[in-house]
Design a binder for this molecule. Structure first.
Ligand code: PMP
Length: 360
């Protein structure tokens, strides 16, 4: 079986062991004689699975006991609305840091529900950095401060969590489980699964229970965090198969040595690629300032833009897939999520060097 080198931004590569396990028990899950997709979400066997996934996520991320962990529908995009619906707490205003395409979407969604104040933005410099904290204008009366830990499209990442006097809300869609995160510094963290946590369809929300108070009147019951927490994220039928895959992925993370080990591996992968770009004498360009370069999404362009199509076609022919940059910015993007192996990144780096030798 020839597996591709998959650098897609998500959905993306899953660990081969996870696919194999899912394959092995596809027709008969836990001796039920049924696939995990075929059993009731109310059955003892699925409820136990769901509880185990929560325990494993808590253990892997060291989630303090006063946080609730939810497994929801709607992707991280729904959280752009569900967060203000639930966390405004009568305040009417929230702070956002604008660092790229995804925080921009979060801002636009939140404007339907509250007065959004942008405390800092790197838009003018083309989202090539996290704005210096000395330039931030935070509001002490904001319901929360929202940031996007890793901007998946622009390849920009926070070197550390912001310091905030109001609850900190983190879109960790493309970085959760790829590096350590101090949950206790946050009021709420959300991430959909299709980058580092399994397959598309389930979204983890980790929320300090102190923030679970009264949502906006317009909030549908199925979007009410408090009700969801009380119902074990099963107010309606959950995404059972993606939830199960998240469980397998968490067990794989534990076997790989946990988050710290995974983080070291991810840093090594990113370093190899950034070095290849930086040593190319300007043939490949990454314009993100060094300290804010993402370990999850390495963006680059070719100095000769006319060569980009050739680059992508030849990469594809060499089994190196998913390198197209996001449509809004073009260029290339190599996503180096947890299941992307160092040999895969090695293959990409070698391909880039050879392409430069031939076309440079
Ligand atoms: N936030 C970030 C940082 C993302 O990368 C993405 C998806 N690429 C989203 C939010 C939206 O996630 P979803 O497609 O699950 O709604």
């Amino acid at each position: 079986m020839a597996r591709a080198y998959n650098f897609s931004a998500g959905p993306t590569a899953l660990p081969i062991e996870v696919l194999q396990e899912a394959h092995e028990e596809f027709f008969d899950f836990a001796d039920t004689g049924m696939s995990v997709m075929e059993i009731s979400h109310r059955s003892k066997v699925f409820v136990e699975l769901a509880q185990q996934v929560e325990l494993d996520l808590r253990a892997v991320l060291k989630v303090p006991s006063h946080y609730r962990v939810l497994f929801l529908h709607g992707g991280a995009s729904l959280q752009f609305s569900q967060v203000p619906m639930n966390l405004l707490g009568g305040k009417g205003t929230a702070d956002y840091i604008h660092t790229g395409l995804w925080s921009g979407k979060a801002i636009r969604a939140a404007r339907r529900y509250c007065d959004v104040r942008i405390v800092a933005s790197s838009e003018r410099s083309g989202f090539d950095r996290i704005p210096a904290t000395t330039e931030w204008h935070c509001n002490s009366n904001a319901a929360y401060l929202h940031y996007t830990e890793n901007e998946t499209v622009h390849g920009v990442q926070f070197p550390a969590a912001p310091v905030s006097s109001v609850p900190l809300v983190c879109d960790a869609c493309s970085s959760l489980l790829s590096k350590p995160i101090d949950v206790a510094k946050h009021g709420l963290i959300y991430a959909s699964a299709q980058k580092n946590m399994g397959a598309a369809g389930v979204t983890a929300v980790i929320v300090d229970e102190a923030l679970l108070n009264t949502p906006l009147d317009i909030t549908p019951d199925v979007l009410n965090y408090t009700h969801l927490a009380q119902a074990g994220s099963m107010l309606n039928t959950p995404a059972t198969f993606p939830w199960y895959l998240t469980g397998l992925t968490l067990k794989w993370i534990v076997r790989a040595g946990g988050i710290e080990q995974i983080y070291q591996a991810n840093k090594a992968k990113a370093e190899l690629l950034y070095q290849t770009i930086d040593n190319s004498n300007g043939f490949y360009i990454n314009k993100v300032l060094q300290e804010f370069r993402s370990i999850n999404n390495v963006t680059f362009t070719l100095a000769d833009a006319a060569l980009e199509k050739v680059f992508l076609t030849l990469a594809d022919q060499a089994g190196i897939k998913g390198l197209e940059g996001h449509a809004s910015v073009g260029g290339m993007r190599a996503s180096l999520y947890n299941a992307v192996t160092l040999p895969a990144v090695d293959a990409l780096a070698s391909f880039m060097k050879e392409f430069q030798r031939v076309h440079g």
